[in-house]
Design a protein around this ligand. Structure first.
Ligand code: URA
Length: 274
């Protein structure tokens, strides 16, 4: 029996299946034991110890987690400090479920005018600790280079840990990471946000339309405290473009719109100065 089970698992492993997960995301922020909500614990192991037998499971309020994350994020004065805080943050359940190795914060020019927000790290990103470094990332880099914007972007995600089996992160998981994204924007003060893919657009814009309707149109994002409003361009996710190459034409139009908007922002800034 054991041998049969091993053979089946071996078969799937060779076929590239490296994770087992459920059909729908589980909101584990609602089922974790209460003591999971606590300030960052340095040197915490990636996988938590088994829960104490008999411990009563209480629901955890995403609002409390979000308040904790907001307070922690506020301590960061620059992206490096924020990255270190995220790496130690234990409030997002993905850290214990999907991530095999590490958190994935961001890459690119920290002073960039454009902040690209993807969905979530995948296996390559988990291995390297950097966002968009797999096949989709390589395509994203080529797309950005094609409009001459390589030095003008910083790339991050809506969550900082790989979801199990690369599933879409749940809105609750995105919500627990949102204060760190919000702080990233407050520190960088980019001129434009780009949402790569449906999950990112949904988290940032909170609109009901699908990505195929949203993409290529300009929207506005306003920070929680109301102090900053930025233009947002949703576009297609590069992983989608790998699966549907005929959609690359649409993504190309989005990139042209992005480059044109950035130019316009610069012209008006120059005119205000003179
Ligand atoms: N897809 C994403 O949305 N983000 C990554 O970092 C990698 C793939």
């Amino acid at each position: 029996m054991t041998r049969e089970a091993e053979a089946i698992l071996g078969f799937w492993r060779e076929a590239g299946v490296d994770a087992l997960y459920e059909d729908a995301p589980v909101d584990r922020t609602l089922t974790q034991p209460k003591q999971e909500v606590r300030p960052i614990r340095p040197a915490q192991p990636l996988r938590p110890a088994a829960p104490t037998p008999g411990l009563r499971k209480e629901s955890i309020d995403t609002v409390a987690l979000s308040a904790e994350a907001t307070a922690l994020a506020a301590e960061a004065g620059d992206l490096e400090a924020l990255k270190a805080i995220v790496a130690n943050y234990a409030g997002c359940p993905l850290r214990f479920e999907g991530a095999a190795r590490q958190s994935v914060f961001g890459r690119g020019n920290p002073k960039a005018e454009i902040l690209i927000i993807g969905e979530a790290p995948g296996a390559d990103e988990d291995a390297q600790g950097l966002p968009f470094v797999g096949r989709a990332g390589k395509l994203l880099d080529r797309m950005i280079a094609s409009v001459g914007l390589s030095e003008r972007v910083y790339i991050t995600n809506t969550v900082y840990w790989r979801p199990p089996g690369n599933r879409t992160p749940s809105p609750q998981e995105q919500a627990t990471c949102a204060p760190f994204l919000e702080r990233t924007i407050a520190i960088m003060r980019p001129q434009i946000l780009v949402c790569a893919g449906a999950a990112s657009a949904k988290a940032i814009l909170k609109r009901p339309e699908g990505i195929l309707s949203l993409r290529g149109n300009w929207f506005e994002w306003t920070s929680q405290d109301g102090s900053l409003t930025l233009p947002v361009l949703p576009t297609l996710h590069p992983a989608f473009l790998l699966r549907q190459p005929q959609a690359k034409k649409k993504a190309w139009f989005d990139l042209l719109s992005l480059a044109e908007r950035l130019d316009r922002t610069h012209h008006s800034a120059l005119q205000t100065e003179t």
